[in-house]
Design a binder for this molecule. Structure first.
Ligand SMILES: NC(=O)c1ccc[n+]([C@@H]2O[C@H](COP(=O)([O-])OP(=O)(O)OC[C@H]3O[C@@H](n4cnc5c(N)ncnc54)[C@H](O)[C@@H]3O)[C@@H](O)[C@H]2O)c1
Length: 257
């Protein structure tokens, strides 16, 4: 018997890349999946592959009505939920470019208000051994210039994880993953040094994250809640000073440097 036979997993941003890899892992393990995505074409194409096991709910998770539809349709079809994967996330805007007040708020809605609201909508419908996995980013822990909106949102989902873990214990375990550089939108645009700078020697892929999501949802992780896992090839663990590893410090050129 597969690990997740007849379990129900809800995944936002689940039609492509990391979210899709998670959906594929849950399907392989016997689960039903409710997938949301703003990309309707990719979502319908995925659901058409396996219509009896995949429910596709299109729309932007920054829109509360879409979240209500995702919860309502999931519960109407399966009556409960076992795993919630808050994966959809966007935006690298910051203070040095054209990030407006509304842009900033929108990114918080997508990356942290949506995960909170879905947890709230499913709160009374989680089945025994349920788990939530929130997808943050290594950018919640370290920053490059001009990334305020995304960094703030990814920091929020990290703290939200701990708070939800306490509120929903012992019924639901809640953990977080902070991915580093994962192959995706920029496939083919990175160089050999981009890969070799990672302590593991390569850039990760969506399955590296999906494998950990599935582990955190499993009974093998029954003693783990309120935690964050950096999955970044070791980048966040590396301490580096000027003159080491052939790296030279070049002073930043942005206006406030
Ligand atoms: N790829 C990376 O290097 C990386 C690194 C750190 C963190 N992350 C985080 O991992 C998660 C997934 O990353 P990815 O690279 O697979 O993302 P992606 O940009 O490829 O998007 C994944 C899916 O989410 C959908 N999506 C985007 N905005 C949405 C919205 N507002 N509502 C519903 N669906 C939406 C997209 O259509 C896509 O199918 C995100 O939260 C991202 O911030 C990614």
């Amino acid at each position: 018997m597969n690990r997740y036979t007849d379990k129900v997993a809800v995944i936002t941003g689940g039609a492509r890349r990391i979210g899709r890899a998670c959906a594929d892992w849950f399907l392989r393990e016997g689960a039903y999946v409710a997938v949301n995505d703003i990309n309707e074409e990719a979502g319908h194409a995925f659901a058409d592959l396996c219509p009896d096991r995949v429910l596709f709910v299109p729309g932007d998770v920054g829109d509360r009505a879409v979240l209500d539809r995702l919860a309502d349709e999931t519960l109407a079809r399966w009556g409960g939920v076992d795993f919630l994967i808050n994966n959809a996330g966007i935006g690298h805007f910051g203070i040095l470019s054209d990030c407006t007040y509304d842009d900033f708020l929108y990114i918080q809605r997508v990356c942290s208000a949506a995960p909170f609201y879905l947890a709230l909508r499913f709160r009374d419908f989680f089945r025994p051994d349920a788990a939530i996995v929130n997808i943050s980013s290594i950018r919640a822990h370290a920053s490059q210039p001009n990334t305020e909106a995304y960094s703030a949102a990814k920091g929020a989902i990290l703290s939200l994880t701990r708070a939800l873990a306490m509120s929903l214990a012992p019924k639901v375990r809640v953990n977080c993953i902070s991915p580093g550089w994962i192959k995706g939108w920029n496939t083919g645009l990175y160089s050999e040094p981009d890969e070799r700078q990672q302590p593991v020697g390569f850039i990760g892929n969506a399955d590296d994250i999906a494998a950990a999501v599935c582990f955190l949802c499993s009974r093998d992780a029954r003693f783990i809640t309120g935690q964050n896992l950096n999955i970044d090839g070791g980048m966040s663990a590396r301490l580096i000073y000027h003159g080491e590893f052939g790296w030279t410090f070049t002073p930043p050129t942005h206006p406030n440097a």
